[in-house]
Design a protein around this ligand. Structure first.
Ligand SMILES: C[S@@+](CC[C@H](N)C(=O)[O-])C[C@H]1O[C@@H](n2cnc3c(N)ncnc32)[C@H](O)[C@@H]1O
Ligand code: SF4
Ligand code: SF4
Length: 392
C-alpha cells in the first residue's frame, strides 16, 4: 500500500478525515504530530454535521463525493472502516487510508509522551503503544460494575437479557479483584466501566477513584446508554482529566441524552456521544464444532478480541465469553478465564498468568459458540428491544 505521507506530499488534493468521533480525534492528534492539517471532516451521521468538529467543517459523504472526488481520505471510524471504504471505493476514491496507516507514519518511540497520553489507549489497542521498560502493560480492561440495565437489547453483546437475577458487583469483591490486578501490572492504557447500565450502580465513583489512585491507568471511559442521569454529587467524582463519559445514543430509547449532556457540561466532565449504525450479530450459542485453527482465524478478525473483561472476580477475553459463562449460555471453559480472586496468591505468578492471558492467547474456546463481531457481521439494527421480557 502506498505510504500515507508519500501520498499527502505528492498530491495537492484536500485531506479529509472520515469520522467526526473519537477515532477522528485520535487521527487529528496523529496528524498534529506529523505537522499535517486536514482540510475538513466528513461523517455519515447528520447530527455530527451541525457544528464544527474541533474547529473543522463536517460535510456529508454525498457532498464529499460531489465536490472533492480527488480527496485523500483517512477513515477514522473503527469497526465501520470496511463499510466506509467500500462506499468510497465504489464512488471512485483511490487514496483511502485508515487510522492505522497514519499511526504507521508516526515515530512513536521519539514522540514526547505528553503528546501520546490522550491517544495511548488507541495505540495500545492496535498494539502500537511503545512499552515503557519491560513491565506488564495491559492495553485494555473492561470492568463490569453491574448486570442491571434499563434496556433489554435483544442482541446485547453482554447478554443482559439472559440474566435471571441481575445485580450490582459486590463492592468488596470488585475492589479486591482490582487491587490484585493493579498490584501486578505496570500500566493499563484504557479502562471501560460498563454494565449493564453503569449509572445504576452507586459504587461507580468509588471504582473510578480506586483506578485513578493506583496511578497506573491512562484513561477511563464510563459507557452509558443515555437513560439515566445520576445525582450531581455522584458525578463530581468523575470530573478528572483521565475520565470520559461515553453516551451511546440509541435514539428514542436513550431518553436522557440531553439532560445528561447538560449536567456533564455543567460539571466540566468530559463526554462524547456515540451514534451506532449497526451491531454485530454474534449468533446462537451452540457449538459450531470449529477446529482450533478456525477459532484462531475468527478470534483474529473479531473486534471484541481486545475487550478483556473483569466480571465477578474473573477475567475473560471478551463480553461474549464473560457473560456467556456467567449466564450458562456458554460452557465454563477454565482456559478462557483467569480467576483473579481465587487465583495465584503471589504477585509474580498472577503477573505471569496475566501476561500469558493477554499476549499468549490466539483464541478462546468461546469462539466456537459465536459468529464474532467482524466487518461482515455488522448487520443488526442497534438496540432493538426484547419486548417479551419485562424491563428491570
Ligand atoms: C454492553 S454495552 C454496556 C454499556 C451500556 N449499557 C450501553 O449500551 O452503552 C457496551 C457496548 O457494547 C455495544 N454493543 C452491545 N451489543 C452489541 C452488538 N451486538 N454489536 C456491537 N456492539 C454492541 C454497545 O453499543 C455499547 O457500546
Ligand atoms: S443498554 Fe442494551 S447494550 Fe447496553 S447493556 Fe443494556 S441491554 Fe446491553
Ligand atoms: S468470536 Fe471469540 S472473541 Fe469474538 S466475541 Fe465471539 S467469543 Fe468473543
Amino acid at each position: 500500500m502506498t505510504d500515507f505521507i508519500d501520498t499527502v506530499s505528492a498530491r495537492s488534493a484536500p485531506l479529509v478525515v472520515f469520522g467526526a468521533s473519537v477515532t477522528g480525534e485520535i487521527v487529528l492528534s496523529l496528524l498534529d504530530i506529523l505537522k499535517i492539517q486536514p482540510s475538513f471532516f466528513c461523517d455519515n451521521d447528520p447530527r455530527k454535521r451541525v457544528a464544527p468538529f474541533h474547529g473543522y467543517k463536517v460535510v456529508s459523504r454525498e457532498r464529499l463525493c460531489r465536490e472533492h472526488p480527488d480527496a485523500i481520505v483517512v477513515i477514522a471510524a473503527g469497526r465501520y472502516f470496511h463499510e466506509i471504504k467500500r462506499q468510497l471505493t465504489q464512488a471512485g476514491f483511490t487514496d483511502v487510508f485508515s487510522d492505522a496507516d497514519v499511526i504507521g507514519c508516526v515515530d512513536l518511540e521519539n514522540t514526547p509522551s505528553s503528546k501520546l497520553e490522550k491517544i495511548a489507549w488507541h495505540l495500545a489497542k492496535l498494539g502500537k503503544l511503545p512499552a515503557v521498560g519491560k513491565g506488564l502493560h495491559l492495553p485494555r480492561l473492561d470492568v463490569v460494575v453491574t448486570t442491571r440495565c434499563t434496556l433489554k437489547c435483544r442482541h446485547c453483546s453482554s447478554l443482559m437479557p439472559y440474566y435471571k437475577k441481575p445485580s450490582d458487583a459486590d463492592p468488596s469483591r470488585l475492589m479486591r479483584a482490582l487491587d490484585r490486578i493493579l498490584s501486578c501490572v505496570d500500566q493499563i492504557a484504557h479502562v471501560e466501566l460498563l454494565g449493564g447500565e453503569p449509572f445504576l450502580d452507586t459504587n461507580l465513583p468509588a471504582v473510578a477513584q480506586q483506578l485513578l489512585d493506583s496511578g497506573k491507568v491512562l484513561h477511563i471511559d464510563v459507557v452509558t446508554n443515555g437513560t439515566v442521569v445520576p445525582p450531581e454529587k455522584e458525578l463530581v467524582a468523575l470530573k478528572h482529566d483521565r475520565i470520559s463519559v461515553v453516551i451511546d445514543d440509541y435514539g428514542r430509547l436513550s431518553k436522557k441524552v440531553r439532560p445528561l449532556c447538560a449536567v456533564l457540561k455543567k460539571q466540566g466532565i468530559d463526554f462524547r456521544v456515540n451514534r451506532h449504525w449497526a451491531w454485530a450479530d454474534l449468533g446462537g450459542f451452540k457449538s459450531r464444532g470449529r477446529s482450533p485453527q478456525q477459532r484462531e482465524k475468527l478470534f483474529a478478525r473479531c473486534n471484541f478480541n481486545s475487550c478483556a473483561e473483569l466480571l465477578d472476580g474473573r477475567l475473560y477475553r471478551c463480553p461474549r465469553s464473560s457473560h456467556g459463562t456467567q449466564t450458562g449460555t456458554i460452557p465454563d471453559y477454565p482456559s478462557d478465564s483467569v480467576d483473579i480472586l481465587a487465583g495465584p496468591r503471589d504477585k509474580n505468578s498472577l503477573r505471569k498468568k496475566l501476561k500469558a492471558f493477554y499476549y499468549g492467547k490466539k483464541s478462546i474456546r468461546a469462539c466456537d459458540h459465536c459468529r464474532g463481531n467482524t466487518s461482515d457481521s455488522l448487520t443488526l439494527d442497534p438496540a432493538e428491544q426484547n419486548n417479551r421480557s419485562k424491563r428491570q
